[in-house]
Design a protein around this ligand. Structure first.
Ligand SMILES: [Zn+2]
Length: 765
């Protein structure tokens, strides 16, 4: 759910000048007081002045008036003092409150009218103060949180082995140490990669007199799938069948390309990226021993081939309707539709267990496979081998240092705009956490997780679910029957908070990594072992029923998830921390933070994709047709609204279709969480204010929501996000949902028609 942005890149349809101009220089609080006193005085003088004309009388009256005004002023003054005392009483002055207030305040730009550009109001100063680090393509509060978590993980991974460690946590620490062991990595060099290549028939571009190996392309990509867990040409995995979520089934989809999206291959504006990609490929080939001039020429054909694959792939925005791209089919039938790919050979090289033509698989987007079939038949085998092995080299060599690292940085400079490589420790922490997430999670939660937050999160989930159900009951566009099933689905949603219990059970945790061997000084071999281990873990699920209680997310990440096949919402330990959550925060901040995230994930169960799954995670039609039409009208409003947001750095508009699911979730989550927050206040009363801010609790809710998205990004990153992310960029995640929110407009007194309170609003949930 993570994305971010730049200072003022956004185009509004109508930024009304009157708004900014009418803003007084005087601080709001004193301005209010001045106005009230002046009005009282004037009124009194005017009334008396008209009734009496004679001077004596006038003098007497003036005298009387002066006395009266004196009394009145004293009264007002006393009253003002009294209210100050009252206010002081209601101010939270604990260390945490002062610290929190200061952090909120230091990010804001209060010279901006919140009703004109709330992102700038909430984040203006933060964005000015935080430059994008050289090794990154963007910066945001979200990313800063992830960085802070990384520092904590570095600490736990670098701690010497001790009595609290078990076999699993020892393996994680050993893996991390092997990643930091530059001396041995340098000594071993690229030999492990060369060995892999020769086992797979050699990379044609670096092999003298290369001959096509005795095994087929199907076997080659099958072996790469089962040994290196990579899906080139075909993405393949084992997972729950969308139409029978308790059953694991073989699944396949179009391949992920080497560049972030198909546009990078097909749009003329990305020619520079493609040239950099070709140069990267060529230089790596030269490092592996290729002849410079012939490699460049030969690998140009590889880029051309990948361009054709990109062309055969279906754009992400057209893959939104899962039920339309889902196709369950036997290998026999698949062989009739895609005849030149030997499916039996492919799957038999992947699985240890017997596969025959009666095996059913789920294929997403059959048209891609039909095109791939034609493409493979019409392309020289040497080009195909060059391509497949290049992809494997690209994946493996990202772990190497020195020359390989230099080439990678040069490529990333063009593609992502970064200026330098990341710290080695930061990469090693990331790899260890990604590849051994549960073991790292066990180390993390030992000292760095507040277990009380689990209870609070659970309570908040209940209140937000209740809010969702209330809003469901109030909406006018749903028929009663569908509404009842929707409620059932919301109530059946499972919540997972913090971490799975198994990571606290030494035996269970060790069993998880039992078959993985990690050595002290052979980092590249460890990587290869992990790839094999990951592949096996996934493929071994075939013929087993789905374990719906199993976590698939590592606990130490700043993120949250909804899983449609399990109908569960997941909040890992890493997100249950400030800015999202703190036990010391006022409730307004927790609801504006983790509360909105909870609502966001719940709403995913009812977005354009999630709504196609029932409470048990099975894809089926449980909506009546009229209601589907009403839903589509409402989502169209969201699609159109977001498609109008322009990202100035790259002169492109947000892809409203590709981001619709996330946008629906953002809008729903915000509304539900605010409602749950108000309910909490009506039950327990308003909490004391934060010092120095002079804003209400309702305003704080929206301020914290917005500040989670403070940040900026390089144009290269903006382009990648617009082209390939299902999330809208950070500032749009602030502006979109808030300008649809009546609660927001009310909290900040935004006049109807102001940019943040447009007359036409979109609402789905
Ligand atoms: Zn989401």
């Amino acid at each position: 759910m993570c994305d971010s942005e730049k200072e003022d890149p956004w185009n509004y349809s109508s930024a009304k000048n009157g708004y900014l101009n009418s803003k007084s220089e005087v601080p709001e609080s004193s301005r209010k007081a001045v106005v009230e006193i002046t009005r009282t005085g004037t009124k009194t003088v005017v009334v008396h002045d008209r009734k009496y004309e004679k001077e004596k009388f006038l003098l007497a009256v003036i005298l009387a008036l002066a006395i009266f005004c004196g009394i009145l002023l004293t009264m007002v003054f006393n009253k003002k003092n009294q209210s100050c005392i009252e206010k002081k009483k209601r101010m939270c002055l604990t260390e945490e409150c002062v610290r929190t207030a200061s952090s909120l305040l230091s990010a804001m730009d209060r010279s901006v009218d919140p009703c004109v550009d709330f992102f700038q109001y909430a984040c203006g100063t933060w964005n000015k103060k935080h430059l994008i680090p050289e090794d990154k393509s963007s910066i945001s509060t979200f990313e800063v949180m992830a960085d802070q978590l990384q520092v904590v993980l570095k600490g736990v991974l670098e701690e010497p082995m001790n009595l609290q460690d078990n076999e699993a946590t020892r393996k994680a620490k050993t893996f991390y140490n092997s990643c930091m062991d530059l001396r041995n990595i340098r000594k071993i060099g690229d030999k492990p990669i060369r060995d892999v290549l020769s086992q797979l028939g050699g990379w044609p571009v670096i092999t003298k007199n290369w001959k096509s190996p005795t095994f087929s392309i199907e076997v080659l990509i099958g072996l790469i799938r089962s040994h290196y867990n990579e899906g080139f040409l075909i993405e393949q995995w084992v997972g729950p069948d969308d139409k029978n979520s308790s059953l694991n089934i073989i699944q396949m989809d179009q391949t992920a390309l080497a560049l972030p999206s198909r546009d990078y291959y097909l749009k003329p504006s990305s020619k520079g990226d493609l040239i950099a990609y070709h140069k990267y490929m060529t230089n790596i080939a030269i490092l592996l021993g290729a002849n410079a001039s012939s490699a460049s020429e030969e690998l140009l054909k590889v880029v051309e081939f990948e361009k054709q694959i990109a062309n055969a792939s279906i754009p992400e925005q057209d893959r939104h309707d899962t039920s339309l791209i889902y196709k369950k089919i036997s290998l026999r039938e698949l062989g009739k539709i895609v005849p030149r790919i030997n499916w039996l050979e492919y799957f038999r090289s992947i699985f240890d267990i017997a596969i025959n033509e009666d095996e059913y698989v789920v294929a997403y987007g059959l048209p891609y496979f039909i095109e791939l079939d034609k493409l493979l038949a019409s392309t020289d085998k040497r080009v195909i081998h060059n391509y497949i092995l290049w992809r494997l080299i690209m994946s493996l060599s990202s772990h190497l240092i020195d020359d390989y690292q230099r080439e990678r940085v040069e490529f990333r400079k063009i593609l992502q705009g970064v200026l330098s490589e990341r710290n080695r420790w930061s990469q090693c922490v990331e790899w260890t956490n990604k590849k051994m997430g549960m073991a790292v999670g066990a180390l993390y939660i030992r000292d760095h997780f507040n277990h009380e937050s689990k209870e609070t999160a659970l309570e908040m989930i209940h209140t937000i679910r209740e809010a969702f159900n209330e809003l469901l009951a109030e909406n006018h566009w749903m028929d009663d029957e569908t509404r009842a099933v929707a409620k059932e689905k919301a109530n059946a949603m499972n919540e997972r908070i913090g971490y799975p219990k198994m990571i606290t059970d030494k035996e269970e945790l060790c069993k998880e990594y039992e078959s993985l061997s990690i050595s002290n000084h052979e980092f590249m071999n460890n990587i290869l072992n992990i790839m094999k281990f990951e592949a096996k873990q996934n493929l071994d699920k075939l013929r087993l029923t789905v374990d719906k209680t199993k976590w698939s997310t590592e606990p130490a990440v700043v993120n949250a998830f909804y899983n449609p096949n399990k109908n569960d919402i997941v909040f890992p330990a890493g997100i249950l921390q400030p800015l999202f959550y703190s036990q010391h925060f006022p409730k307004s901040l927790n609801y504006g933070g983790i509360g909105v995230v909870i609502g966001h994930e719940i709403t995913h169960g009812f977005d354009d994709k999630g709504r196609q799954f029932d409470k048990d995670g099975n894809m089926m039609q449980w909506w009546n047709n009229i209601t589907i039409r009403a839903f589509r009208d409402r989502t169209q409003c969201i699609i159109d609204q977001y498609s109008r947001y322009k990202i100035d750095e790259v002169g492109l508009y947000v892809n409203g279709r590709m981001t619709q699911g996330e946008n629906i979730a953002d809008n729903g989550g915000l509304k539900q969480s605010f409602r749950a927050f108000r309910k909490w206040v009506s039950q327990y009363g308003e909490e004391p204010d934060l010092p120095g801010l002079n804003i209400t609790q309702d305003q704080l809710f929206f301020l914290n929501y917005a500040q989670i998205w403070c940040g900026s990004m390089r144009p290269e990153d903006a382009l990648t996000k617009v082209r390939s992310s299902v999330h809208s960029p950070g500032p749009i995640r602030v502006l979109g949902p808030l300008s649809n929110s009546k609660d927001f407009a009310e909290a900040y007194h935004c006049p109807v028609g102001s940019p943040m309170n447009p007359t036409s609003k979109c609402s789905v949930w």
